[in-house]
Design a protein around this ligand. Sequence first.
Ligand code: ATP
Length: 130
Amino acid sequence: MHLKIITHEKVVFDDNVDEIYTKGTDGEFGVLKNHVPLMASLDIGVTKVVKDGHDKYFTTMGGVFQFKDNEALILTNTAECSDDIDVTRAKAALERAQARLAEADAALDAKRAEAAVARAMARLKATFNK
Ligand code: ATP
């Protein structure tokens, strides 16, 4: 089967794969060849792709997963291959967002801070073996 991961800015991945595991808003799920047609909304998380026994990890930050006729498409706000993730930057972003949440300021946009935490944690999870 084939997978494309596309953001507003670029095609992050475009190749044949054997297995796909990703994080939908209703939970994590996996897709193998000949899966029935599927459409799901994506959460902020990690997408794992297996090809010839090798794993590849990507962050996928919301959007849509579509599967039909062995063609998988991920349309997402932001995606990075684990090789391209700056771990130091993700750690700093996580600390910043957690500090903001801890402020308990009435003017705090908690949803925004929580999303920033989720993005940073997804980046760190995708790079766990770096
Ligand atoms: P930061 O506060 O570090 O900018 P962020 O979660 O606010 O993190 P985003 O708005 O999700 O960043 O992303 C902005 C752009 O920066 C995107 O192109 C994204 O791919 C890139 N980016 C963000 N964090 C990293 C990282 N740790 N490593 C590599 N690219 C990153």
